[in-house]
Design a protein around this ligand. Structure first.
Ligand code: ZN
Length: 357
């Protein structure tokens, strides 16, 4: 039993009467004048409390609208739930609240942009080859179903490129059973792409585009091998998966995350390599071209050829929709060609690499 001194206020009246409230363990409250004369007797069902606001007393509100207001503004009724009190604590510790509003997004940002990519990229080194293998097969299967058609190149044309490809394999001493070249027809024009298992796809248009400039095609093939050697696709998938897991853990949807991991191969179709990855693949090409007695400037020639072929293709179909089309694996060359400063930078750094040779 505790006795709380305060004031009693009748419903709808402004005057206050000094009074005290006696609170029993059962929750019963007796409010009486200071001379001991009882005003009212009530049970938990008959009263509630006002909101808990830091620095203000918490009123006992009776069913008929009368109030008992404790004199001690810091007094908190024992029946108040921890929820009421937490809200008050948060309000009086606004700095904590404010900082967590800042810290949580900062933490998420750091996790997604630094911690997870680092961990994911590191983990990729320990992935068994069979994962890259099935991911590559799955992606090629999906590409063939959706966006690629069988090649229409002549046997001679294919033979020419296959010879270049064999040169790449021998000079770079690539593992024989890992890398495979695939010819495909692709409606969006000249393009080349690499899958995690070492499958390199060249489109009919890029083969005809570079028919008279085999050095340029070698530069492109080396760029693609660079993506595979640096395990870019695997890093991308691992990173997406880790981010998904983070969100799943935060929101408690682990099953959903499992499904996403199983569908990681499909994810490859929807995402494009980062700029850093493209730069790394470019560098791989620049560094290895001299092994063929080709200047890294050949890479610049390849970019220029691709740029020309795509800008003439796109003149008729310039529109806002084209950008979203570029946001997938197939975008690869197209996406960077579509942003001119990026292309210019890539051409310049290839020319630079050519000079310092
Ligand atoms: Zn690339």
């Amino acid at each position: 039993m505790i006795t709380i001194s305060g004031n009693y206020q009748l419903a709808g009246r402004s005057e206050m009467h000094p009074a005290s409230a006696i609170l029993y363990d059962t929750g019963q409250v007796i409010i009486q004048h200071n001379n001991g004369e009882q005003i009212t007797d009530c049970w938990p069902d008959d009263y509630q409390f006002s909101d808990v606001i830091p620095g203000l007393p918490v009123d006992l509100q009776l069913a008929d609208g009368a109030l008992f207001i404790p004199s001690d503004s810091g007094f908190r009724w024992p029946q108040l739930t921890s929820q009421n009190l937490l809200a008050e604590w948060l309000e009086s510790h606004w700095l904590v609240v404010f900082s967590s509003v800042l810290i949580v997004p900062l933490f998420m940002w750091a996790m997604i942009n630094h911690v997870l990519p680092g961990a994911a990229h590191g983990a990729v080194a320990f992935l068994p080859d069979s994962i890259a293998e099935s991911m590559g097969e799955q992606t090629l299967y999906l590409l063939d179903k959706t966006q690629l058609d069988p090649t229409e190149l002549s046997a001679d044309q294919q033979q020419q490129v296959t010879q270049l490809w064999q040169q790449v394999n021998t000079r770079l001493e690539l593992p024989k059973d890992k890398y495979q070249l695939h010819f495909r027809k692709f409606d969006l024009g000249a393009n080349a792409m690499a899958l995690p298992n070492g499958s390199i796809i060249v489109t009919d248009d890029i083969v005809t585009l570079m028919e008279d400039d085999p050095n340029a095609l070698i530069a492109v093939l080396l760029h693609e091998v660079g993506h595979v050697e640096h395990k870019h696709s695997l890093k991308m998938v691992a990173q997406t998966t880790a981010t998904t897991m983070l969100f799943a853990m935060m929101f408690g949807d682990i099953e959903g995350a499992g499904e996403l991991i199983l569908g990681a191969g499909t994810g490859l179709l929807q995402s494009a390599f980062s700029r850093d990855m493209e730069r790394e693949a470019d560098e791989f090409s620049h560094q290895n071209l001299p092994k063929f007695d080709i200047s890294p400037a050949a890479f610049a020639d390849a970019m220029a050829l691709l740029l020309n072929s795509h800008s003439s293709n796109n003149e008729s179909s310039e529109g806002s929709d084209t950008d979203s089309e570029f946001q997938n694996t197939l975008s690869h060359w197209l996406q960077y060609l579509s942003s001119h400063p990026e292309t210019k930078e890539r051409i310049e750094s290839a020319q630079q690499a050519g000079k310092t040779e």
